[in-house]
Ligand binder design. Structure first.
Ligand SMILES: CC(C)(COP(=O)(O)OP(=O)(O)OC[C@H]1O[C@@H](n2cnc3c(N)ncnc32)[C@H](O)[C@@H]1OP(=O)(O)O)[C@@H](O)C(=O)NCCC(=O)NCCS
Length: 165
């Protein structure tokens, strides 16, 4: 498996992969692929990685800037992250996330936030911090990982591209 930055020709595959991964997920409104397209169109897809095997794209993860208390800074949101349903639970998602976090560190990011299952994201060091919250999100599902030791507090907002429906 290799992990590399997305290329322009990957967009359609990322869309199909994301739709397939989130299909039928009870927490999903099946808008994740549109969110990725909207982030890309807005120039906000600051890090988009694909995992490939024998030339086939098997997984994808997106990162975009978030605001804390309305201020732009150096914290980022992780997601959507997707692996083809028949390739899940073989370490592809973990490899993509670890590579993405490493690259964020190299970019000098302060930290990363996400909405997701604590049982999955805890392994990367993500945890809920009551002082850093996302309005409307179940508190345990909103998690943060500091990459530079900073502990910001307040309200986090994802990029407006996440509001697509
Ligand atoms: C979530 C996802 C990206 C993980 O990628 P993956 O390659 O399947 O997962 P990995 O092989 O890296 O990790 C597997 C581990 O994660 C666990 N896991 C996977 N999804 C989980 C979830 N939603 N909640 C809790 N644990 C989960 C598995 O039980 C397994 O645990 P183990 O290592 O203790 O056996 C992938 O399953 C996927 O595309 N899911 C559908 C879309 C989705 O839910 N995206 C994330 C939304 S927050």
């Amino acid at each position: 498996m290799q992990i590399r930055l997305e290329r322009p020709e990957d967009a359609a595959t990322i869309r199909a992969l994301t739709d397939a991964a989130f299909e039928g997920m009870p927490f999903s409104h099946q808008t994740e692929a549109k969110v990725i397209d909207a982030l890309r169109a807005a120039g906000a897809l600051i890090l988009s990685l694909v995992a490939t095997e024998d030339g086939e794209t098997i997984g994808h993860v997106a990162f975009s800037p978030v605001r804390i208390n309305g201020e732009a800074g150096d914290w980022y949101g992780l997601g959507p992250v997707s692996v083809w349903p028949d390739r899940q639970r073989r370490g592809i998602g973990q490899a993509l996330i670890r590579e993405g976090l490493q690259r964020l560190r190299s970019l000098g990011a302060g930290g990363c936030v996400l909405l997701g299952a604590p049982a999955y994201y805890g392994r990367f060091g993500f945890e809920n911090d009551p002082d850093l919250y996302n309005v409307g999100a179940p508190s345990r599902a909103f998690q943060r990982l500091s990459l530079d030791g900073s502990r910001p507090s307040g309200e986090v907002s994802f990029h407006p591209a996440f509001d697509v429906s």
